[in-house]
Design a protein around this ligand. Structure first.
Ligand code: OFO
Length: 177
């Protein structure tokens, strides 16, 4: 049985994960408009992954006999000044989500809710990866600057995420090397 304070915070996190999904979908649309299909496809995969994060929390709340209550999702930004600017936003967004997860862990500890704390450890590890991946791609974008061919090379690389037979995480991981 979930304590009310933990249930409320988990519902808030479900909303934050759905907002993340919305932000990345908005970025996908931006990259489509910029003629960068690889970036767009990467962002669509990221958007799907965020939806899965929300559902992971959804399942957990129900498993603990809690009640999921959905609330309005804020409008995401729709325009960025450059491909790198959008990734800068993605990176900063992930840093904020990490802070939210850390606050949730602290709340679960305070409530002596070991099951929630244990479940959240998956998100703690996931956030390390999310931040590192966004940072690695952002670094690459900063290196290529305004170099068109360099940008197209990254676009091609990002387009491989989730391609048939490829390991999704490995594909992303390679971008950080
Ligand atoms: Fe759900 O990890 Fe990003 O936001």
């Amino acid at each position: 049985m979930l304590k009310e304070s933990v249930e409320d915070a988990l519902n808030e996190q479900i909303n934050a994960e759905l907002y993340s999904s919305y932000v990345y979908l908005s970025m996908a649309a931006y990259y489509e408009g910029e003629g960068l299909p690889g970036f767009a496809s990467w962002m669509r995969s990221q958007s799907d992954e965020e939806h899965e994060h929300a559902m992971r929390l959804y399942e957990f709340v129900h498993d603990r006999d809690g009640r999921v209550t959905l609330s309005g999702i804020d409008s995401p930004p729709t325009e960025w000044s450059s491909p790198a600017d959008a990734f800068e936003t993605a990176y900063e967004h992930e840093v904020e989500i990490t802070e939210m997860i850390d606050d949730l862990v602290a709340l679960a500890r305070e409530a002596n809710d070991n099951a929630t704390e244990n479940m959240l450890q998956w998100f703690v590890a996931e956030q390390v990866e999310e931040e590192a991946t966004a940072q690695a791609i952002l670094d690459k974008l900063k290196h290529v600057g305004d170099d068109g061919p360099g940008l197209l090379m990254i676009d091609q690389e990002l387009g491989q995420r989730g391609s048939e037979g490829a390991d999704d995480e490995a594909e992303v991981g390679e971008l950080g090397e």
